[in-house]
Design a binder for this molecule. Structure first.
Ligand SMILES: [Zn+2]
Ligand SMILES: [Zn+2]
Length: 277
């Protein structure tokens, strides 16, 4: 694979860290698969009827002790891979009894920042690292839960979700999309549960604007597959991987991490993700 030169320096080991994290999450998912069978719903009719992500309507049924166990393992892994976090990770592990794991998954899914700020305060640790650990140790469960819905969400006739910037399964905000080869249709990608869903290619995902000439794309020289779509109406942007350029699929989880420089470029030019609305 051709080595892409980054116009900016990412922190040392940054991409490597996320690659290891993703493999670790895959392993956890495989082992959970042996223990869990989630109830499956008719997602398309639920989405159409409620206009809400599936996990905002149906709770994620997981055992608190399983979540706690994976959370503990992740604390160790992060401390190993990023030694500068070791002290905080140890403190989180020591104060783990402060965390109610039966409740935690709902707090992640509902994006309850206030809850994490206050919990971090009680535990006297960084809210950012606490949230990171809670979120990333839930992802193996979410990916296992979301996988069976992928087929329905990718079906051509799926038209019942009008919120390109909200994951229809877990409610997270996507950070990247891909243009499918060979037809160029756009799919949004959720890096939390790995769901993909279609968004209209020509319209801005933030405001729906599709006036000719106001939705454009920028790419870096010699890097045709990696693009940023920008909207002049709302000043929003969206990172995009164009599979037609390379003719292959990409790991969008890693693509999102590797293309932090595209976010910087877009933000320098005055565009934002509106925190994905
Ligand atoms: Zn999701
Ligand atoms: Zn827009």
């Amino acid at each position: 694979m051709k080595q892409r030169r980054l116009p900016v320096e990412l922190p040392e080991g940054y991409v490597e860290f996320y690659k290891k994290l993703e493999s670790w999450q895959n392993e956890q998912e495989i082992s959970l698969k042996k223990q869990y069978t989630f109830e499956e719903y008719d997602i398309l009719s639920l989405l159409a009827a409620s206009n809400k992500s599936l996990l905002r309507i149906k709770d994620l049924q997981i055992k608190a002790e399983d979540y706690r166990n994976i959370f503990q393992k992740l604390c160790k892994l992060v401390a190993e891979l990023r030694p500068e976090t070791a002290d905080t990770m140890q403190k989180i592990a020591e104060n783990i009894d402060e965390i109610d794991f039966a409740e935690l998954n709902r707090k992640i899914i509902r994006d309850d920042e206030a809850y994490f700020t206050s919990l971090a305060d009680t535990m006297d640790v960084s809210a950012e690292l606490l949230l990171f650990t809670a979120d990333h140790s839930l992802r193996p469960f979410l990916r296992l839960y979301a996988a069976p819905y992928q087929k329905a969400l990718l079906a051509d006739e799926f038209q019942s979700w009008d919120f390109p910037t909200i994951c229809p399964v877990c409610g997270a905000k996507p950070h990247v999309s891909r243009l499918r080869s060979p037809d160029g249709r756009r799919f949004m990608f959720c890096d939390r549960c790995f769901s993909e869903w279609e968004a209209r290619y020509l319209a801005c995902v933030h405001c729906g604007n599709n006036e000719p000439g106001t939705v454009k794309y920028i790419n870096i020289e010699n890097d045709e597959a990696y693009q940023i779509y920008t909207c002049e109406k709302c000043k929003g942007y969206l990172k995009t991987y164009d599979e037609r350029q390379s003719g292959r699929n990409t790991d969008l989880f890693i693509t999102n991490i590797e293309t932090i420089y595209l976010d910087m470029l877009a933000q320098e030019k005055g565009y934002s993700t509106h925190d994905m609305d």
